[in-house]
Design a protein around this ligand. Structure first.
Ligand SMILES: Cc1ncc(COP(=O)(O)O)c(C=O)c1O
Length: 375
């Protein structure tokens, strides 16, 4: 079993740490360690001070699992399994799927969400959002993808790369479809919490669908990707144990310092998320103005949540891959071509979770003015 190379991650490996300006990232800026440690309450400060660099509990630090459970309406600490988010996608798919299984997955998608299933030998049907309806993930389209033998439905909301977020009514329709069908739901909720209107936040899948698995983590909305801490919340013990057993073949357990840092981050969660939401709002205002000025070249769908959105080159004769190469080589600005998500070469993903977005955007606009002068 050998998955195809992860196109997006290979591209990031090439440019992320050499390009001085990033319009490509999907996370909020990494928090300074000093800030995290300064936010520790007495319990966390003691945990940090007394920490030994030993193996940790495979399911996760008990206090961390308890803190994670509080993010859900119905979860108990025992319902939580920690690990790196990417690792958890891998072990969950390995644990739950067999060759020949039918899987439905939102597409375009973060590659592992469908690639691991494809590598196992599953048949994957793509549930695609409707671009003309602001990338709406239409429940009727999901229904059309389902088969009587569908085993797993993989959904990513808020959605990377479009920034789409189903309405409450659509989400109710989706969860009731899944419940009636009986297939298992794996819901990647890595960007949950950064809805532009907090009233739009959807209930977590694990809270509303029996046996559903919710994936989330510290990387995106908390700005703590470097901890490599994420979690699965699954209220079904049998499923959780099967997935946990696969982790023995990957990291076994999480890094001890990371667990304590993640605990501190989660205990400061509302303040961190409020700060990041304010940044995202400011950055989207800058993007509004940018896309107004360059409406001759690019169109976009304003996202409803998360830290990424898609733009599109209006002229089909132009290539985003060529633009991205020119941009990184000549202006040091890293972009993410949509082809890395399996889209055609007219799409561009823009990340807007970083503090320096307004200045990077200014540079990008200068670069565009020279390379693609306004018409
Ligand atoms: C939708 C989605 N799921 C999962 C992940 C994996 O998260 P991590 O990089 O923290 O392992 C990402 C990262 O970009 C993502 O965008």
């Amino acid at each position: 079993m050998r998955p195809e190379p992860f196109a997006l991650e290979r591209y990031f490996a090439q440019y992320e740490f050499t390009a001085p300006y990033l319009l490509a990232s999907s996370d909020c800026d990494g928090l300074p360690m000093a800030e995290v440690l300064a936010a520790a309450d007495d319990e966390c400060a003691a945990l940090w001070h007394d920490l030994t660099l030993a193996y940790t509990e495979s399911l996760g630090l008990p206090q961390l699992r308890a803190e994670i459970a509080r993010l859900y309406d119905t979860a108990e600490p025992d319902d939580v399994l920690t690990g790196a988010p990417q690792e958890l996608i891998f072990v969950a798919m390995i644990a739950l799927l067999s060759p020949g299984d039918h899987v439905v997955c939102t597409f375009p998608a973060y590659q592992s969400l469908h690639q691991v299933a494809e590598t196992i030998g599953c048949e994957v049907t793509r549930w695609m959002p409707r671009e003309r309806e602001a990338w709406r993930l239409h429940p009727a389209d999901l229904e059309a993808c389902l088969r009587p033998d569908t085993r797993l439905i993989v959904v990513n909301v808020p959605h990377n790369p479009t920034g789409a977020l189903p309405s409450h009514a659509d989400w109710r329709a989706v969860t009731s479809l899944v419940s009636t069908h009986g297939a298992r739901l794996f819901c990647d909720e890595m960007y949950r919490g950064l809805e532009l209107d907090p009233g739009d936040r959807l209930p977590a899948a694990a809270d509303v669908v029996e046996g559903a698995i919710s994936l989330s983590g510290m990387s995106k909305v908390y700005g703590m990707a470097g901890t490599r801490i994420g979690w699965l919340t699954v209220r079904d013990e049998e499923t959780r144990s099967r997935i946990a057993a696969m982790k023995d073949y990957t990291a076994i357990c999480s890094s001890a310092p990371s667990e304590v840092l993640a605990l501190i981050g989660l205990r400061s969660g509302p303040a961190l998320i409020a700060r990041h939401r304010a940044r995202v709002e400011r950055n989207l205002a800058a993007l509004d103005a940018f896309f107004d000025r360059r409406a001759d070249l690019l169109s976009w769908v304003r996202p409803r949540a998360g830290t990424v959105c898609l733009a599109r080159l209006r002229d089909e004769a132009l290539s985003v891959e060529a633009l991205a190469l020119k941009s990184v080589e000549e202006a040091g600005i890293m972009l993410t071509p949509g082809t890395l998500f399996g889209l055609d070469d007219s799409y561009l993903r823009i990340g807007f979770g970083r503090e320096n977005l307004p200045t990077v955007l200014e540079r990008f606009e200068e670069f565009l003015a020279a390379a693609y002068p306004p018409r």
